[in-house]
Design a binder for this molecule. Structure first.
Ligand SMILES: C[S@@+](CC[C@H](N)C(=O)[O-])C[C@H]1O[C@@H](n2cnc3c(N)ncnc32)[C@H](O)[C@@H]1O
Length: 204
């Protein structure tokens, strides 16, 4: 992996959770909405970049059989503690999103809150192909990434970029603009998209 990746574990070691921008202390409202509307297929779910496990625990409490991966040991320890407290079983693994250690077609749902936008440009195709590979045919990938409304930056995406990146692999639903007062009190803008895996062998 490219050395531009930051030391994520340091964030979790250095700062209390309340000071981490992405940590809301509650599941993402858009995830809760989509689960409650029945838009997410029940079954095996992967929380890719699960962090401290807030959304992961919510998915387990909602009846999913959940695996959470993250590169940060410290985040995973916190997440395990939360799962224990909530009395749910989750398979937490210290793994990278670049080489997903799962079988083809293992998951019904991949949840991505703030993961893809941290994938370096040169690794994007590998990441997308990995998510596509581990999903069952017809499985759903829920992407939430920074939008260009935050201002121009390498990982602030336009709707057109999202379509260009993902439409070879997935059938995209509505690209929804979402804003949120994040854990650090800053308003950030995202796009959330539900995408269904296209059938058959790897496209492109
Ligand atoms: C913005 S945080 C989002 C965490 C979580 N999804 C949430 O919403 O609370 C990004 C997460 O990605 C994790 N991460 C960064 N690079 C990773 C990699 N190569 N593989 C797996 N996780 C990674 C970080 O440790 C961090 O927990």
């Amino acid at each position: 992996m490219c050395s531009n990746y930051r030391d994520w574990d340091e964030y979790y070691r250095k700062y209390p959770l309340e000071e981490l921008g992405w940590e809301l202390g509650k599941p993402r409202p858009i995830l809760v909405e989509y689960v409650e509307k029945g838009l997410i297929p029940k079954g095996k779910a992967l929380d890719i970049c699960c962090g401290a496990g807030t959304n992961t625990v919510y998915l387990a409490q909602s009846g999913f059989e959940v695996t959470g991966i993250d590169i940060s040991k410290t985040a995973l320890k916190i997440a395990e503690g939360k799962a224990k407290q909530a009395n749910v079983t989750i398979n937490f693994l210290e793994e990278s999103f670049i080489d997903l250690p799962f079988q083809n077609g293992e998951f019904d749902f991949v949840f991505d809150m703030g993961c893809f936008h941290h994938v370096e440009v040169q690794d994007r195709t590998q990441f997308i192909q990995g998510v596509h590979r581990v999903l069952k045919e017809g499985g759903v990938y829920m992407l939430t990434c920074f939008s260009d409304k935050n201002g121009p930056r390498w990982n602030h995406f336009t709707k057109e970029q999202i379509v260009d990146l993902f439409s070879g692999y997935f059938v995209l639903g509505e690209i929804r603009a979402v804003s949120s007062v994040e854990g650090d009190g800053v308003v950030r803008y995202f796009y959330t998209v539900l995408m269904k895996k296209k059938g058959g062998a790897m496209p492109l």
